[in-house]
Structure formats: structure tokens, C-alpha cells
Design a binder for this molecule. Structure first.
Ligand code: SF4
Length: 487
């Protein structure tokens, strides 16, 4: 699952969830959205928000912080009101748009289609160009995140219904994204034609849920119905669930959902996340065997692959690293010495590694800094050899579809050979799973592998967007977003 801010891991941008209650169903729509967001907290820890609506009214609360910090009972009560049956929620870690309160989602607007709220996961790679053209034509923007570009585009088609306008806009936006959108009567979910970011549908007695991952369905008591298909638009209203295939699907979902981001208890696009991770380890063991006594996974993200490596190699698996659950976000380490201390606060070797030749398995190496510290931890504890195995291929290119993989020049594998990385992290040997091996482990057909091979299946923003997104105006706005209530 996604890590804390100074972990050396790629970071997911966002999680989204939407709920629509059937007419006459008893239910607390804001409470259900909140519970769904709890299950998606690993997809973003910087800000969160919930929007709830009745046919007469729409309200929103959003702020910086974790779901548990922002949504106190008092605050949630503001979103519990007569007739509220539709709601969406968002949890965010930003890569596009600075991490300011006004960029928190959902985004709400009053438009020619009434009050709308939108929350998205991923990036629109042509948002900058569309936004510039709209600014030239006189449009105004309140935020620097690209959700606002989408909602403006939807509003531009005044003659179309919300559903038709949204379908039209799906064809104009490029990139990798999953969106939940609502007005006061309906909930809409959609995925880009490549299905880069996940989105699933669930049903319960009281209505429907649309969310980034199945984890958010289970917690509200919904059963998994199916994934939203790449290029599909799904609408839930008082007539139930209906869907249309707007764009010709070209599925290339993000491989990193299975490597690291998604919760291990889920199934995405038909592929079991945990089982895929175990298979990555098994394949890694055949591609990169090691002469060793013990297989250790870096908790939590490397454990499933380590289990697979142990099974396939016959080398015993053990919990060689204890992870403290209490050393988290509160400890921001400003220099190398403190960052080293932070790794020691979070991870402590167990006695099982003393005098052993250890295979250490992790899901990825981004900059290589944390990996080197963990190798040193094991050596200091008495491991005689450390053989590092990675269940993703080397990350050489940045992601433009909503994942913060760091800028290209910071990526260890973009500037160093595997042996140079091995030397930097101080391991006795270092191997990454191959791209073909990864594809076999995930088994969903084609996936996006752009951060490994540089082939961007859903378009590339060019150098103008880079990793900065729409940030350049972010510093101009330090306003506080007031709660939005209206009809
Ligand atoms: S570039 Fe990498 S992280 Fe980004 S969507 Fe593709 S596989 Fe996922």
C-alpha cells in the first residue's frame, strides 16, 4: 500500500468513492462515503472531502488531513440532512495541483446543469492545453487541479444532458483517469479508454457504490458487481444502474496497482492483487535465484512477493524485519542522518537474520536511498550476505497518469546500471523482475508499463507539463475553501 511522504516508494494520487441510495432506502449517505474513504486511505493522505446531496440541496466538507482527522462526528453531521441520497468522496495525495486546501476534492460548481461535484484519480495529460485555450476564451479557474478542466468542459455543452456532455468530454480528455461525478439526483462513474486507473461497482440492499477499489465496497456492505470497463460511462439514478461504452476500449491498466498500490484483499480487472504479488515473487525466484538461508520481505509492501520467492526457491521465509506501526507521518526527517534514524524507528531486524545469508524482497526501488538503509540495518544486525530482489522492473521514466514516481533525474534506474544501484545500496547482489515476468504474474493481458519502458499508452503531455502539472499558479491562491451549500 502507498507509503508515507518520505518513503522511497511511488505514491498513488487519489482514491474516489460514490454512493447512490435507492428511493425509499434508509441510509446515511455521508457516513457510507466516509467509511468507503477509510478503506481507500492508502491511496492518498494529504486531504480528503465528502459531498452529499438531496434533490434540493448539495453540501460539501473538505480539508487537509486524514479521513479520521477531518471527518469528526460534528463535521459529518453537517452532511447528514433530509433527503440526502447521493454522495461522493475523495482522498488525495497531489501530483498535479499543489497540496493546498483549495485543491482538495471533490470540486463543486454551479453550472448550466445545476450543482455538480466531481472527484478524480489520475491525470488528464492534455489538461494544460485545454485550460490555456479556455483561459484565452475567457473562462476562469478557481483551483490548479485538472478536475476543474473536466467540469468546465462538461458545463460547456449547455445543450446536452449531464450524461451526454460527460460522454462527449470523455473523448476530449487524454491520460489515465477514473472519475466520480454527481449532481443532486445521479451518480456517474467513468474510466479512460485505457482503464489506467481502477474503478469498480458494488451493490447493496440500499443502492450502489462506485469506488477505486473493492475494499471500499466491502466496508459499506456492498457486493462486488464488476469493474467499470475502460472507456465506459456508468450512471446510477433512481431508475437503477445503466451504462454505455463511450470509447473503444484499449485496456492497459497500471501495473503498479498490482505491484504495490492496491490493497492486497482486492481483485482488479479480474486479477487477484495478493495472488499476483505472490506470483511476482515466484517468478523472481526463477529469474534471479540466490544462494541464501532466509527470505525476508520489506514490510508491508514486500511481504507477499517474499512469500512467493520463498515458495518457489525452497528457501525458508521469515519475518526478518519488525515494522513499528507508530513511526509514521508525524516524523518528517529533514536531513540524511534523521532519515536514517527514521528507517531505524520504523524497521528493526529480528534475531532470525543473525549469521544468515538473506534474500531481501521489496516491491520497488525509486531513488534507492531507503533500500540502502535497510540493507545496512540487516548487515548491522549480523546478516552475512544481503541479496536484494525487486518485484517490479527498474523504474526509468516518470508517470504521467497520477503516480508520483519522482522526477526522472531522481530515479536511480534512469541514471545508473543495475550494478551501480547494487553498489549504492550495498547489496551483495541485486535483481529486478523482468517486464515479461511481471506481465505473467499479473495476467490481465496488456498493462501500462510506461515507467519501466517509456511507452505511454494513454498519451504523453510533453515537456510543458512535466511533473509540475498546473502548479505554477498555485502559490497565488492561499485562500480557504468555504463549505458550499446551495440548490
Ligand atoms: S507509468 Fe507506471 S505508475 Fe504510471 S500508470 Fe503506467 S505503470 Fe502505472
Amino acid at each position: 500500500m502507498a507509503g508515507w511522504p518520505d518513503d522511497d516508494h511511488p505514491r498513488e494520487e487519489c482514491g474516489v468513492v460514490g454512493v447512490h441510495l435507492r428511493p425509499g432506502a434508509e441510509g446515511d449517505v455521508a457516513g457510507l462515503v466516509q467509511v468507503g474513504l477509510f478503506a481507500l486511505q492508502h491511496r492518498g493522505q494529504e486531504s480528503c472531502g465528502i459531498c452529499a446531496a438531496s434533490p434540493a440541496e448539495l453540501r460539501i466538507e473538505k480539508d487537509m488531513g486524514l479521513v479520521a482527522e477531518v471527518f469528526t462526528e460534528e463535521r459529518l453531521d453537517e452532511l447528514r440532512f433530509e433527503g440526502a441520497r447521493t454522495g461522493i468522496g475523495h482522498t488525495r495525495y497531489s501530483t498535479t495541483g499543489s497540496s493546498l486546501r483549495f485543491n482538495a476534492q471533490p470540486l463543486t460548481v454551479r453550472s448550466n446543469k445545476g450543482l455538480l461535484a466531481l472527484a478524480h484519480n489520475g491525470n488528464f495529460t492534455n489538461a494544460r492545453a485545454i485550460r490555456d485555450a479556455m483561459l484565452t476564451a475567457g473562462a476562469v479557474f478557481q483551483t490548479t487541479n485538472d478536475s476543474e478542466v473536466m467540469i468546465n468542459l462538461v458545463a460547456r455543452y449547455a445543450e446536452l444532458t449531464l450524461e451526454d456532455a460527460t460522454a462527449r468530454v470523455m473523448g476530449e480528455l487524454e491520460g489515465g483517469f477514473a472519475v466520480v461525478l454527481m449532481d443532486r439526483r445521479r451518480l456517474i462513474g467513468l474510466r479512460d479508454r485505457n482503464g489506467v486507473r481502477p474503478l469498480v461497482i458494488g451493490e447493496f440492499d440500499g443502492g450502489h457504490v462506485i469506488a477505486s477499489e473493492p475494499a471500499a465496497l466491502a466496508v459499506v456492505g456492498a457486493r462486488f458487481l464488476r469493474d467499470v470497463r475502460p472507456g465506459e460511462l456508468v450512471v446510477v439514478d433512481d431508475d437503477g444502474l445503466h451504462a454505455r461504452q463511450v470509447l473503444e476500449p484499449e485496456p492497459t491498466p497500471c501495473a503498479f496497482e498490482w505491484i504495490y498500490f492496491a490493497r492486497g484483499d482486492g481483485v482488479l480487472d479480474g486479477a487477484d492483487v495478493h495472488a499476483s504479488r505472490v506470483r511476482m515473487g515466484e517468478i523472481l525466484a526463477t529469474e534471479a535465484p540466490a544462494d541464501a538461508d532466509l527470505v525476508v520481505g520489506v514490510p508491508e509492501s514486500g511481504l507477499a512477493a517474499a512469500l512467493g520467492y520463498a515458495r518457489a526457491s525452497g528457501i525458508p521465509f521469515d519475518l526478518g524485519l519488525h515494522k513499528s506501526p507508530y513511526a509514521g507521518r508525524s516524523f518528517i526527517a529533514p536531513n540524511a542522518r534523521l532519515r536514517d534514524q527514521k528507517v531505524r524507528l520504523k524497521l528493526a531486524p529480528t534475531q532470525s537474520v543473525v549469521g544468515r545469508r538473506v534474500v531481501l524482497v521489496d516491491d520497488s526501488i525509486v531513488r534507492g536511498t531507503t533500500s540502502g538503509r535497510i540493507v545496512q540495518l540487516l548487515r548491522d544486525a549480523g546478516a552475512t550476505e544481503v541479496h536484494f530482489r525487486v518485484s517490479s522492473p527498474p523504474i526509468r521514466f516518470p508517470c504521467y497518469y497520477g503516480i508520483d514516481t519522482a522526477a526522472r533525474q531522481e530515479l536511480a534506474a534512469a541514471t545508473m546500471t543495475v550494478d551501480e544501484i547494487r553498489e549504492r545500496i550495498g547489496a551483495d547482489s541485486l535483481s529486478f523482475i523482468s517486464e515479461a515476468g511481471l506481465a505473467r504474474a499479473i495476467a490481465v493481458g496488456r498493462t501500462c508499463l510506461a515507467c519501466f519502458d517509456g511507452n505511454y499508452p494513454a498519451g504523453h503531455p510533453g515537456d510543458d507539463l512535466g511533473k509540475e502539472g498546473l502548479d505554477e499558479q498555485g502559490e497565488l491562491f492561499r485562500s480557504v475553501t468555504a463549505p458550499f451549500t446551495g440548490t
